[in-house]
Write a protein that binds this ligand. Structure first.
Ligand SMILES: Cc1cc2nc3c(=O)[nH]c(=O)nc-3n(C[C@H](O)[C@H](O)[C@H](O)COP(=O)(O)OP(=O)(O)OC[C@H]3O[C@@H](n4cnc5c(N)ncnc54)[C@H](O)[C@@H]3O)c2cc1C
Length: 380
């Protein structure tokens, strides 16, 4: 241990203050543990603040993933209320404009309630009554799900970090962890002994644990996103919205037989949606802005550039099913998350005192609080 450095001690050390690290900090605090969180940046700026802010259980496959998402959603409700985080339990609607999309929704609904989804099919009239921006022309119906909740991803760490800190969680922001040795973390000015460390460094595992990263199967996924200015007055869009392309994206629909011919139609008529992993969703945050996305590019290292053709395809598709009062885009950005194809998380225990928790893919906002509960209670 370095001489002259302040020495501190915690039961639990967390590396990374993205949503996974913060969810673990919240859960450990609730369990009465002494927690320290190290975050490389002076404030978190990675995937956890770049996303839609959609807590979206209806996208998860029936079984353990859906159950974890529903648990996470319940905890999110508590956390948001306690920490004063803006949230809207808006639910969601998936709108069908083609016969094959409507057939998939009907197939999904044959056993969805029995599997634990809180969904119902809506007629066009019922869907339009819930949404002031859904286009009526060609609408065949929609799937409404009650369980989705929207938060403003930018705001979550701004609220949650001070709230956790006020209750005793120690934060070391602007502090990159470069090694964990013999249950000790050494920073430029301090050493911290810990009982157990949770490494939640998102898509950047290779720096701290290259050997774990090497065998992990993690791929990095780049997504493009957009945002409008605040919509005028008190205009609210109602449930978060998506349409047919989303059927191909979420594992909840993966078992539906109708997907095959739907995918063939998209591949033949609009292959760019397949090539760039585009499906189109829209939510509204507490500042009344509309958040729109997204695309999916898979790989190890991504271009730092935003492709305008991808954004145009997203907006064209969006315009096919919604019409909003102020559609002008004011912000464009991209984010990267870690994902192991076919899995909802990546957990590794490279040493008895270290657990790596990452790879939440496109559902980190949805699953993080449920996963934190499972990890800290030894259920996973
Ligand atoms: C554009 C986009 C849209 C999305 N939309 C949704 C959505 O609507 N709903 C949903 O459920 N999910 C969504 N996701 C997925 C979700 O955002 C991610 O799964 C989640 O944010 C991952 O959280 P994380 O804490 O694992 O990683 P991150 O958010 O990447 O956080 C990791 C943190 O670790 C820090 N760190 C890394 N290395 C070190 C180190 N050595 N020392 C200290 N700190 C370190 C980083 O600075 C970073 O702050 C989306 C993702 C993107 C990119």
């Amino acid at each position: 241990m370095a001489v002259g450095k302040q020495h501190e001690q915690a039961d639990i050390a967390i590396i990374g203050a993205g949503i996974m690290g913060l969810a673990l900090a919240y859960t450990a605090l609730r369990a009465g543990r002494k927690v320290v969180v190290f975050e490389r940046d002076t404030r978190p700026v990675s995937a956890s603040i770049r996303n839609f802010g959609m807590v979206w259980p209806v996208g998860q496959a029936a079984g353990p993933s859906l159950q974890r998402a529903l648990k996470s959603r319940r905890i999110w409700g508590e956390v948001a209320a306690e920490a004063g985080i803006w949230h809207d339990p808006s639910g969601s609607m998936l709108a069908a404009y083609h016969a094959d999309e409507w057939e998939i929704l009907q197939e999904f609904m044959t056993d969805a309630p029995a599997k634990g989804y809180d969904c119902r099919l809506l007629s066009p009239g019922e869907a339009l009554a819930l949404s002031p921006c859904l286009r009526a022309e060609g609408l065949l119906g929609a799937l409404f799900s009650s369980t989705e909740m929207i938060v403003d991803a930018r705001e979550v760490p701004e609220r949650l970090i001070p709230w956790l800190a006020a209750r005793g969680v120690v934060f070391r922001l602007g502090t990159a962890v470069t090694s964990l040795e013999n249950s000790v973390i050494e920073t430029a000015t301090e050493t911290w002994s810990y009982g157990h460390a949770y490494v939640c460094c998102g898509s950047e595992l290779e720096t701290l644990f290259p050997e774990v990263f090497e065998g992990s199967g993690i791929t990095k996924v780049k997504l493009q996103m957009m945002r409008t200015a605040p919509q005028p007055g008190n205009w609210r869009m109602g449930p978060a919205l998506c349409a047919g392309l989303t059927l191909s994206h979420y594992s909840s629909f993966a078992h539906c037989k109708g997907l095959k011919s739907f995918r063939e139609r998209i591949s033949e008529t609009a292959p760019w949606f397949v090539d760039w992993g585009i499906h189109v969703m829209m939510s509204q945050n507490g500042r009344n802005e509309l958040v729109i996305g997204d695309s999916h590019e898979y790989g190890g290292s991504h271009d730092p550039f935003i492709r305008e053709d991808i954004n145009t395809w997203i907006i064209d598709y969006l315009n096919g099913f919604v019409q909003t009062p102020a559609p002008e885009i004011t912000d464009r950005w991209y984010g990267v998350y870690a994902k192991v194809p076919g899995r909802t998380e990546f957990i590794a225990r490279p040493r008895p005192d270290v657990t790596v928790v990452t790879g939440l893919g496109g559902a980190g906002m949805t699953l993080s609080f449920g996963l934190a509960d499972d990890v800290l209670n030894g259920n996973i």
